[in-house]
Design a protein around this ligand. Sequence first.
Ligand SMILES: *Cc1c(COP(=O)(O)O)cnc(C)c1O
Length: 387
Amino acid sequence: MADKNEPIPVARPTLGEEEAAAARRAILSGWVVQGPEVAAFEKEFAALIGAPGAVACSSGTAALHLALLALDLKPNDEVITVSSSFIATANAVRYVGATPVFVDVELETGNMDANLIEAAITPRTRAILTVHQLGLPCDLGRILAIAQRHKLPLVEDAACAIGSEIRLAGGDWEPIGRPRGLLATFSFHPRKVITTGDGGMVTGGDPEIMARLARLRTHAMSLSTAERHGSAKVRFEQYLEVGYNYRLSDIQGAVGREQLKRLPGLVAARRRLAARYRETLAGNPHLTLPREPDFARSNWQSFWIILQDDAPLSQVELMQTLLARGIQTRRGVMCAHREPAYRDLPLRRPLPVSEIIEDRSVILPLYPELTEGDQDRVIATLTEILR
Ligand SMILES: *Cc1c(COP(=O)(O)O)cnc(C)c1O
């Protein structure tokens, strides 16, 4: 029996002996930064999701920055995106000197509302940055059609969405991140479905862009370390543009390869637990639950609830009460536009749904090793509190 007082965390990475052995292998190999393990991780990642190319980097935020660098944006250029996301989404637009223009999201998916995009397009709009929020695929079919109609490149922030799937125009289920637009980005932070500690990946189909991103992550050097290392002739590198140190270590790359092997099992466990939350909470009159559109299959990186107007407790009261009973939760998706760092960015239009999600959503414990007993404790406690 699970201990009644044992705290239940909101999330927990699945890491074991395989990852420890892989890290050891990399450490003892004598090559610890962006070497053969990272190259193999990129190849295996691309093969798994059917992407033509993949470039690994140091975080999901670095992946977003690299993807936006590929767009060669200028000051005053605008990127249509969502405020309702982790702050890194909007920040990446600002890293490249462009202006994020926020559109609202749908309540039940938390994703960009495709109906609102065209009204936000101006002569300065240069791209669309959409998010597959908390692993749930956004309406990529419609968003991509709008992007194409307006000749705007589309970048997918798939930070949470490794293992999620989408079905476009009634076709087959396909992994998120192939990508469908120009580029897609992933995160391997421990809160995501697979982890390398910190880490990220950009996937894309244009070989020139991918080669440029691979250079940009390591100071835009004309020759890679591996090329210089393997050369029989002395060669000097050049620095082709202002680049960054966004390298992933080979220790992390080795761990990532083991995590990829686990992915199908991790996603299956998350889907099973999410279905149990859905079935047991569906009848609760105070809750709005996330909805998977018929074109989307989430990896359930998170399962969240939204408290309705008439709920007997506020978001913070609910979270505090659960915490007192040993159950950790997190606020659902934040709004960038309400943060001090965004005070100077005038909001073009109100974002009521984004604000409801920030104010009333709560992420429940969900990770592959969550036992049904512990999940039942979460469900029973939540149901009792909401009575
Ligand atoms: C986690 C996350 C990021 C940032 O990823 P890091 O690896 O933490 O830098 C970006 N966008 C979204 C939507 C995320 O959930």
